[in-house]
Design a protein around this ligand. Sequence first.
Ligand code: ATP
Ligand code: MG
Length: 395
Amino acid sequence: MEPEYSAVLLRYGEIGIKSRQTRKHMVDLLVKHVGTALREKGTPFDRIRTEYGRIFIETSDAPRAAAVASRVFGIVSVSPVIVVESAMEKILEMGLLVAQKHFTRGKSFAVRASRLGSHAYTSQEIREQLGARILEGLSELELRVDLDSPDQYIYVEVRNDRAYLFTQTVKGVGGMPTGSQGTVVCLISSGLDSPVAAYKAMKRGCIPVFVTFDNMPYSNEACANIAVKQASLLAQYIYDHEVKMYIVPHGLDLTDIVDHVPQRMTCLYCKRNMFRLGREVAIRENADAIVTGEIIGEQASQTSRNLRATSSAVCDFPILRPCIGEDKVDIEHLGMEIGTYQFAKENVSCCTLPPKYPVVRANIDEVGALEGGMDLSVLDKEISLAKVIVLRSVE
Ligand code: ATP
Ligand code: MG
């Protein structure tokens, strides 16, 4: 007899410590998103059921269902499982078959077991008895038990009348289910940091509305397209919500900035206007915040003083900077993990305006004063000219 993987066990970690009501809401969202993800990817499943602290997908294709579910926000880890009755003898019989199929000759192993509900045995008895059964039943494999750092494991999770056996735990994307938080406006350039920042906000349950500013005529035409590609990829992580992107022309106000401020201050005013335009989108989309990929000290406009000088342009929406303390190398790794690195590394120059010696410590009193002569109404015009595309629609 071959062990048959007929389900996937999903773990959701942190959600488990929420209040009962919040937990239920979040688990319901998870179940819905996992179901949508499976249907979208054409993965067969019979049903998704919840049990204290766990979600189970009943499926004839457990490996594929596990891979799909592991990419849903809120899922901490997944394991394809074999399901048996929780009688000790059934666990021992199946445990032996699992070891026979998965264990490598001459290697060490350990049994890990946990138990929920009342049973005639303890977790320790499962470990001892299954360990002994495997050593005896597979003596030709010359296995040995090592509880500290074994080469291979069998896990047994007993939950009431069923026991789940597995050998593999795959890390999920983690975070919180999409929609457990509100909408946020994610400012996406063609660079590396902003998609990673958006991902971090999305991972914690926020629904993104992406915005890219088209700097033409001060940029390369390819820039907005790269930003759209990045946002389209990020949108694939979102289930059961429409995902929109605004492509906002930003050349008109840049021209106004160039005409009014010393060259070494252009980036500061550019950022202030980006935040104002982001705010307009936030109002239209009933969003709660603006998300950027800024990192302390990464660019001249991102020194601590200049962050203060740029942030003051928008006071009624928080500007969230999920990457604020990251090192570049960490951002690169995350970008590779989530898939946006491939686009960012195209490394197209997206603004021809940055001065050679930008201001790194803006005089806060001066910043507002210089804006007096500018025509900020061009921002309304730019917003009215924005192109809005739907990256993901709800079935
Ligand atoms: P990135 O952080 O995406 O790599 P960058 O390092 O070149 O871009 P800046 O140009 O200083 O950084 O921009 C800081 C933040 O402002 C970006 O992380 C992004 O959130 C936002 N931003 C910059 N340019 C654009 C743009 N053209 N469209 C939308 N958002 C932008
Ligand atoms: Mg950056």
